[in-house]
Design a protein around this ligand. Structure first.
Ligand code: SF4
Length: 219
């Protein structure tokens, strides 16, 4: 498989998607009430797992209105948290993880979110995608955050040939200059939400169809 020109593809998507995606945010930005700091981004990214952005926003708004800090959430009753985050689905599982996560941050990290991937991976419900999103969006550390859209579109286009999102992350990092790593999630998530839809991609409207193996295989 010939390597694709990822920066060129990202450049072609940029005019459509501007600042791009963000866990729990719309194109216009999340609820402007909440800061873009590691605590809020980590909690919102955990809530965003297996749900849609609008549900993440509702759950985040309810959660942060009542528990706006690591300390507050570390001391919260998981049953109460579960009621607040219900819009995001899997409320008991997510509430337990959020409270436990904040207890670890409070007790082991002085109330701060660690910056290292391996340290982040020790937190409940934090996998590589969540760790990369927090590092990229809250800490500004170049990372490739591979969600379902990034994994699916990268394979459809032929940027990578992988079954496992972790392998997609590695493969994308290998073919993309580090300074563009964060653009991958920004633009491919929006592309997956607006044009390269999971069930029926709107290829006729796609500005990167000339780089796409799926498109050329249909011709
Ligand atoms: S051409 Fe179609 S399948 Fe390929 S990236 Fe664009 S919308 Fe997706």
């Amino acid at each position: 498989m010939a390597a694709k020109d990822v920066p060129r593809i990202l450049d072609a998507l940029k005019p459509l998607y501007g600042d791009g995606a963000f866990p729990g945010r719309s194109a216009e930005g999340l609820s402007p009430k909440w800061p873009n700091d590691p605590f809020h981004v980590l909690m919102a990214t955990i809530l965003s797992q297996r749900t849609r952005d609008e549900n993440t926003r509702k759950a985040s708004d309810a959660l942060f209105s009542e528990f706006p800090t690591v300390d507050a959430l570390a001391s919260a009753d998981p049953e109460r948290v579960s009621a607040l985050v219900r819009p995001a689905g899997f409320p008991r599982q997510k509430a337990k993880a959020l409270v436990e996560c904040c207890r670890v941050l409070r007790d082991e990290w002085g109330g701060e979110v660690p910056t290292g991937t391996e340290d982040l991976l020790t937190l409940p419900m934090v996998g590589r995608k969540t760790a990369a999103c927090v590092r990229a969006y809250a800490m500004g550390i170049p990372s490739v955050c591979v969600d379902t859209h990034v994994h699916r579109i990268s394979n459809l286009m032929g940027l990578v040939d992988t079954k496992d999102p972790n392998k997609t992350e590695e493969a994308l990092m290998a073919i993309t200059p580090r300074e563009r790593w964060m653009d991958i999630n920004r633009y491919l998530v929006r592309h997956g939400q607006e044009i390269c839809l999971p069930r029926k991609p709107r290829c006729e409207r796609c500005p990167v169809s000339g780089h796409c193996d799926h498109f050329s295989s249909r011709a």
